[in-house]
Structure formats: C-alpha cells, structure tokens
Write a protein that binds this ligand. Structure first.
Ligand SMILES: [Zn+2]
Length: 90
C-alpha cells in the first residue's frame, strides 16, 4: 500500500496509484483524505518510458520495436508508481 499524505498511513492501493494521472483523485482508506499527483512530477516520471516508446518507432526490426514498447510501457507504470509523490487535494 502507498502512504497517504494526510494521515501517513498506507491507505492507498498501489493499483489505484498505478492508474493515477493529474486530475484523478485517490481517497485514503484510513482517513478518507483525497490525494493526487502534480502534473510536473507525473510528467517527469512518464518521461523515461515515453522516450523508449518513441525510440521504438525508429528501430528496424520488429523484435526490437516490441521490446522497446513493452519496456516503455512497464516503465510508464512502475516509475510513477514508485517515485511520483502524492499531494493533498482538498
Ligand atoms: Zn489517509
């Protein structure tokens, strides 16, 4: 579980955070507080995966294209999940 910025308890499910983007609010199971992502930190977290997916358009072999797309997609889920901080939304 992900720690809530309001009560510091692990009240937000990782799945909920994985599909989070700016403007989407997650609510805490412990305190019912709302939290969300900031656009800049979300964008920064999405960058490495996006770069790989763009690079995939310029490779010549199908297998390299697929590998880059899959790794890019995984990074776009994992990095925001692990590193994009949650902020209080009220
Ligand atoms: Zn909370």
């Amino acid at each position: 579980m992900i720690s809530c910025p309001h009560c510091e308890k692990p009240g937000i499910s990782p799945l909920r955070k994985a599909i989070m983007s700016p403007g989407l609010i997650a609510s805490c199971k412990s305190c019912n507080g709302s939290s969300g992502l900031r656009y800049t930190s979300w964008l920064t977290a999405m960058l490495p995966g996006s770069v790989l997916m763009i690079a995939a358009m310029f490779v010549n072999t199908d297998s390299a294209e697929w590998s880059l797309n899959i790794i890019g997609l995984i990074l776009m889920i994992i990095i925001p999940l692990m590193f994009a901080p949650l902020y209080k939304e009220d």
